[in-house]
Design a protein around this ligand. Sequence first.
Ligand code: AMP
Length: 182
Amino acid sequence: MRLVLVGPPGAGKGTQAVRLAERLEVPHISTGDLFRANLSADTPLGLAAKRFMDAGELVSDEVTVGMVRERLTEDDAAKGFILDGFPRTVAQADALGEMLHAAGDDLDAVVALEVPEDVLVERLLGRGRTDDTEAVIRRRQEIYRDETAPLLEHYGDLLVTVDAVGEIEQITERVVDALGAG
Ligand code: AMP
């Protein structure tokens, strides 16, 4: 199964992506995690991404798409994947579509996790990551609204919307049910 998980920062994408990956037996591919791993390892990619991440801004489409392209050519991604945090712009979505089509593949679904905004800010302030200061959180919400939310319409019929307020286990079940993958 080839899935994309979309949702505003704080919607629980990471948490759900890990659980769904296990359930559906596909790798979990998080661009945020990949960037953080590059940062920790002091790679040129990590260095290039750092100032954007610190500010809550998006890393360029070029750098991000290049990183995803490489990750998707690894063996474990051949039969499916859950993308978490990518695509985040329509340009990234187009690039992903081209990558998949070139291999004769397509996405099966785009899962949108829905959470009201006040719940989001509360969750994020409790998370304690270094890029989780209030100003950066607000900036990430803004970027989500301006750059990422348009993807919901862009994906049209592929979109599966799930209410992401509630217990973690319950939300996973809602996604699995919505995908008809139970
Ligand atoms: P995340 O863990 O998904 O919140 O990502 C952390 C940070 O990594 C983001 O605030 C961006 O700076 C960067 N990042 C992650 N995914 C992307 C993406 N698809 N496009 C651009 N930047 C990204």
